[in-house]
Design a protein around this ligand. Structure first.
Ligand SMILES: Nc1nc2c(ncn2[C@@H]2O[C@H](COP(=O)(O)OP(=O)(O)OP(=O)(O)O)[C@@H](O)[C@H]2O)c(=O)[nH]1
Ligand SMILES: Nc1nc2c(ncn2[C@@H]2O[C@H](COP(=O)(O)OP(=O)(O)OP(=O)(O)O)[C@@H](O)[C@H]2O)c(=O)[nH]1
Ligand SMILES: [Mg+2]
Ligand SMILES: [Mg+2]
Ligand SMILES: [Zn+2]
Ligand SMILES: [Zn+2]
Lengths: 211, 211
């Protein structure tokens, strides 16, 4: 538990730095392949029209996700953990050395694909967004509750696949709200663009209210 | 590293116990929602016709998966880790107290939905099977390589959804074989039953060859 205490101190340092530079920070968590990078690709194209955006990518191996973000013409720093299954505040602090916070309005941190231990490691973000895909089953909020409890937003992604699944969207939302009644829920598709505008508009107004 | 060394000693004890009772043990790993429990439901219905099968379920919270296995009329023990993101050999050893190995030919262990740290914890199994869903993207073997490297079989599940995805099945297989050229690969669908017979036949003959 000493590790978590130390991590939370560094997270608080990160947060103070973000606040002093007026940067609003959002972290994305999910199972591997739920669509974190895809949601970033869709959202950044819209947000960067009038906001200065940047991304910190976290992965166990490869910089493939950072390459996708760089291809969208957005500044990105890739953290490769070489095995650690979650990002820590210290890693984010190191990554910030490569960024100029005075040039950023909105900073996204894509965490490692893992629904469990990233929930315990604050990074200094203002908002944690958990993404759940319609292809993963309705029961994930009940089976992996800590992540849903410690997030403020749930994005239910891949709704374009609903016609081909026996997925019960209302039940999945009910399970999520049972674990965390305060969750704000968006439904999106990164392939059709469904729901991306509501999500980015909400982000824009939430960021404006904070900084 | 002392933890892993101790774990591997207990895993070896488990393996010797399995061998002395003639039980063939298969562990299933994947991201959350790839279809571990669904593959068990489909496979056990076929295998239990002429083999004595049993399951150890591992989850962070709930016994929902064990309930699904019990509903298929198969003996099952549920391990609830209350937060630990992987099963350990000690937990399996405890679960074995509730099972009579003389009554079992084939034992399945469903690990916690997590593509990262379960790769480091041997449980005493003869075979580790990693399941990847067509809905997660082709890149998971490259991004989460340890799990693919330490598995002997890859099951590519949810192939029924291929017509609705831009998923490149051959590329996904190529990435998996790049990480582990020895992987045996099956393509399945737990909703249409596609590939389930080949997979269960291969399991049956592999188990027969071992015990
Ligand atoms: N049909 C459909 N596919 C999607 C959607 N969003 C993402 N995908 C696909 O899902 C797969 C995984 O997407 P990624 O964006 O790489 O997922 P991720 O969460 O960033 O994955 P990791 O970083 O490896 O954990 C890719 O094949 C995407 O094309 C969606 O809304 N609908
Ligand atoms: N279309 C389709 N859906 C599937 C298939 N296999 C499983 N599913 C669905 O995928 C979702 C998750 O399946 P599960 O079997 O619960 O997955 P799991 O890997 O056991 O999940 P956890 O134990 O929570 O990690 C459910 O909604 C299943 O109905 C398949 O082959 N095709
Ligand atoms: Mg990604
Ligand atoms: Mg399961
Ligand atoms: Zn971790
Ligand atoms: Zn773990």
């Amino acid at each position: 538990q000493k590790i978590l205490k130390k991590n939370n101190e560094l997270a608080e340092e990160n947060r103070q730095r973000f606040d002093s530079h007026g940067v609003f920070v959002i972290s994305l968590v999910s199972s591997p392949g739920s669509g974190k990078t895809s949601l970033l690709e869709q959202s950044l194209t819209i947000l960067k029209k009038n906001l200065r955006v940047a991304v910190i990518e976290g992965d166990v191996q490869t910089d493939r996700d950072a390459q996708r973000i760089a291809a969208a013409d957005v500044p990105v720093v890739q953290i490769v953990t070489n095995g650690t299954c979650h990002l820590e505040a210290r890693m984010v602090q190191d990554a910030l050395r490569e960024m100029d916070l005075d040039e950023i309005d909105l900073l996204f941190i894509e965490n490692i694909g893992n629904l469990i231990c990233p929930a315990s490691y604050e990074l200094g973000e203002h908002l944690r967004v958990v993404i759940m895909s319609t292809t993963e089953g309705e029961d994930k909020p009940l089976k992996y509750p800590a992540m849903f409890r410690r997030s403020q937003v749930l994005v239910l992604n891949k709704v374009d696949l609903l016609p081909f699944l026996s997925y019960n969207l209302e039940e999945a939302k009910d399970f999520a709200l049972r674990v965390n009644p305060a969750l704000k829920i968006f439904e999106t598709s990164c392939t059709t663009g469904h729901g991306i505008r509501e999500w980015t508009e909400w982000l824009r107004s939430t960021a404006r209210g904070r900084t």
